[in-house]
Write a protein that binds this ligand. Structure first.
Ligand code: NZQ
Ligand code: ZN
Length: 390
């Protein structure tokens, strides 16, 4: 096990009515004037936004709204939010939505107090030294941004989708998580969220660090719980208990607990981010295609972790060959994703003829010539994996 320091300063308020704690949590942080961020309208249609704003009005917390944040959020919305935030003198943000809304709020939180262009942080030209506090009302278990220190934004100029990772500054101060708010999710978003949270665990599970038995078992336990609960939420979107288990899994998958003490990988995410940047697909659906392709390559070149995952989580009976066990695990994972209605090929994702040269060149432009925590990814390797995804 590697040395590590692990701090999750997010307060989670979980269960029915959790969203009604918004004003109380903002007040406890001393916030009096917030920018409320939301997406394309689901929270307006469900009445959630009005319900949350009413609690702020009642508590005398000033607010201004920024709606219309799209999935795979882009820099213009962040710039718009920074301008509003400065003009209104906000002291914090409340994100009501999923990863796209939360990530935009985080970027605005970093950008408002910064003298330069917020993209400097995403481009690696500057380091965040301060940020406004962000609170979250979560409406979709998927990206795990409610507990992560990350924010993923696409720069429209060149379609660069970049994940900025921080240990502290971009972690939300609180997350209000009511599983009932997820009842209205379309099935494809529920399924994509499940693929995304599983992928967040895989990225940490495929590691070369040895003797991480506790972290392995935590990760395996959460994966097994997700796979047990997933068919229930697909069959009955209003199953509160199943929704609750999936919602909490999404947070545990990505708040760092499944990665403690080891080096992580994150290659499949980087490869998927190029697909969602170029083709506008849903991130979790893209991962359902990319991850099994990456795992197939690894079964041939570095099969040990895939074999362990296959045996411990996917019910594969050991054959004596790590490669064969790992490949059987990939087959089972693909069939699990398919059972949720997820795509497992690029064509099913709606990308009939992916431009692999473009994806590879953007990937290595953003990540460097060689990268990867579990297996070194060169342009030849990434091209081979993209081909396996076809
Ligand atoms: O925009 P609205 O109308 O709200 O609709 C959204 C959106 O169309 C809809 N939705 C959300 N909650 C709903 C709902 N519809 C009905 N009922 C509800 N309760 O779902 C759609 C997807 O929303 P989005 O916020 O995009 O989903 P998600 O949470 O999957 O976020 C995806 C983004 O997060 C990034 C992804 O790359 C992508 O840009 N990620 C962020 C991470 C992080 N910050 O730590 C890590 C992840 O790996 C990921 O990369
Ligand atoms: Zn993800």
């Amino acid at each position: 096990m590697d040395n590590f320091s692990y701090c999750t300063p997010t307060k989670y308020v979980f269960g029915r009515g959790a969203e009604l704690h918004a004003a109380e949590e903002l007040k406890s942080l001393g916030l009096r004037n917030v920018l409320v961020c939301y997406g394309g309208g689901s929270v307006v249609r469900s009445g959630l936004l009005q319900r949350v704003l009413a609690t702020l009005d009642e508590a005398g917390i000033k607010h201004v709204e920024l709606g219309g944040i799209q999935p795979n959020p882009t820099d213009p919305k962040v710039r718009e939010g920074i301008a509003i935030g400065r003009a209104e003198g906000i002291d914090g943000l409340l994100a009501v939505g999923g990863g796209s809304v939360i990530d935009t709020a985080k970027a605005i939180a970093a950008g408002v107090p910064y003298d330069g262009d917020f993209w400097d942080f995403w481009a690696g030209k500057a380091t965040i030294r301060t940020a406004l506090p962000v609170g979250v009302v979560l409406t979709i278990p998927a990206a795990g941004s409610e507990g992560s220190g990350n924010s993923v934004i696409t720069l429209l100029d060149g379609m660069h989708k970049i994940s900025l990772r921080t240990d502290f500054w971009l972690r939300p101060k609180f997350a209000l998580m009511n599983p009932e708010l997820t009842f209205t999710l379309p099935p494809e978003q529920t399924a994509a969220g499940i693929a995304d949270m599983m992928a967040h665990i895989f990225e940490r599970y495929f590691s070369l660090t040895e003797s991480t038995e506790v972290t392995d078992r935590v990760a395996e336990g959460v994966l097994m719980a997700i796979m047990e609960e997933a068919p229930k939420v697909m069959a009955d979107p209003s199953d509160y208990q199943a929704r609750a288990n999936i919602m909490w899994s999404g947070t545990l998958a990505h708040n760092g607990i499944c990665g403690t003490g080891r080096r992580e990988d994150w290659v499949s995410h980087a490869m998927e981010h190029e697909i969602s940047a170029v083709y506008g697909v849903t991130h979790g659906a893209g991962l359902a295609v990319v991850f099994p392709a990456w795992m197939t390559f690894m079964a041939e070149h570095r099969p040990q972790r895939g074999a362990q995952l296959a045996r411990r989580v996917l019910g594969v009976v050991p054959t004596g060959s790590d490669r064969d066990d790992a490949l059987e695990g990939v087959a089972r994972l693909r069939s699990f994703f398919s059972s949720l209605g997820l795509p497992v090929t690029m064509a099913q994702l709606g990308v009939d003829q992916p431009d692999i040269d473009l994806l590879v060149s953007k990937l290595h432009e953003n990540k460097g010539e060689r990268f990867g925590g579990y297996y070194e990814i060169t342009p030849e390797v990434s091209a081979a994996i993209y081909r396996l995804a076809i």
